[in-house]
Ligand binder design. Structure first.
Ligand code: NAD
Ligand code: LMR
Length: 328
């Protein structure tokens, strides 16, 4: 019996993500929570002839409590998206408070759930989530995930232009670091099967993965950021986690985690000087079962990218921690 919750379910990501979860046979119960429109979205999806029983909740009438109670997995795409000219950090002012409030709900009503944070800036919202859970004495680092799967999906897709591989998802590419610009570091040298990227194409390919989000923001021209590809990516991560929780072995996906709390994470924290970092993580019933460290095998080109990543991530992480320690 698996109960999933989408918080921010009426939004651009929330609706297609809820559709994918409604259609997923691994989900028995689906609760849609948002500050607007969930009755309508839930009514619409409820006509789909799939396993999941679905219900929509608004903040009134204890909606957060009803939605979150008994949840096994909570996916959070709540918060405002970027417009052209904005950085993800510009979203902090509004989204930090939204994520904090929702995680307080997790701490109160479903502290044992896997929590998947999509809301930007992920580099800061995940530390916020961790600090809120720590404060409530409910922090299980193995169950908190920053969703960076869209960066992985983009790397797979964009490299196909070079490899010509028919199914892009068959190329496994570790994308590590954080989720914004230079903090996103694709390790093409560790692709499996190996890919041969001509030296004169590597900069452009790397840059496209790092700034893929900007490409969509620009194309949407004020109407928001990636929603459909993000719903796909968020679902891919959630589905992998549910499969691993069901006993499937060898399920590995990069995700932004609190390193000191994940087996294998200490060495990576020492190497990077950071407590939060996205690395390929083996998933299991306990959540993040084992963090893998691809950094020692990075080549010189990638090591240079990593240095810029560390510098950027440091400030993003402390901004999130500080937000909870000393609320504005
Ligand atoms: P959106 O504006 O279309 O939807 C956001 C939804 O959140 C809205 O329905 C809104 O009502 C809801 N919401 C606001 N406050 C809430 C609260 N307190 N509780 C519950 N719901 C609340 O935005 P979107 O395009 O779906 O993007 C959502 C977030 O996801 C943004 O912050 C965006 O930057 C981020 N994002 C992250 C990634 C990633 O790779 N991690 C990718 C794309 C977008
Ligand atoms: C993305 O990578 O598409 C998201 O983080 C949204 C954004 O603001 O770019």
């Amino acid at each position: 019996m698996v109960k999933a919750v989408v918080a921010g379910a009426s939004g651009g990501i929330g609706q297609p993500l809820s559709l994918l979860l409604k259609a997923c046979p691994l989900v028995d119960k689906l609760a849609l929570y948002d500050v607007v429109n969930t009755p309508g979205v839930a009514a619409d999806l409820s006509h789909i002839s799939s396993v999941a029983q679905i219900e929509g909740f608004l903040p009134a009438d204890d909606g957060l409590k009803k939605a979150f109670t008994g949840a096994d997995i909570v996916v959070i795409p709540a918060g405002i998206p970027r417009k052209p000219g904005m950085t993800r950090d510009d979203l902090f002012k509004i989204n930090a408070g939204i994520v904090k409030g929702l995680i307080e709900g997790v701490a109160q009503f479903c502290p044992d759930a896997y929590v998947l944070v999509i809301s930007n800036p992920v580099n800061s919202t995940v530390p916020i989530a961790a600090e809120v859970l720590k404060k409530a004495n409910k922090f299980n680092p193995q169950k908190l995930f920053g969703v960076t799967t869209l960066d992985v999906v983009r790397a797979e897709t964009f490299v196909q232009g070079i490899t010509g591989e028919k199914d892009p998802a068959k190329t496994v590419i570790p994308v590590i670091g954080g989720h914004s610009g230079e903090t996103i570091v694709p390790l093409f040298s560790q692709a499996k099967p190996a890919v041969n990227i001509p030296a004169d194409k590597l900069d452009a390919l790397t840059n496209r993965v790092q700034f893929g989000g900007d490409e969509v923001v620009k194309a949407k021209d004020g109407a928001g950021s990636a929603t459909l590809s993000m719903a796909y990516a968020g679902f891919r991560f959630a589905e992998k986690l549910l499969k691993a929780a069901n006993g499937e072995s060898g399920v590995i996906e990069p995700t932004f985690v609190y390193l000191p709390g994940v087996p294998g994470g200490d060495a990576i924290a020492k190497e990077t000087g950071l407590e939060y970092f996205s690395v390929p993580v083996e998933l299991g019933k306990e959540g993040a079962k084992q963090a893998h460290n691809p950094i020692p095998s990075a080549n010189d080109y990638e090591k240079k990218l990593l240095q810029a990543c560390y510098d950027g991530l440091k400030g993003n992480i402390s901004k999130g921690v500080e937000f909870v320690a000393n609320p504005p």
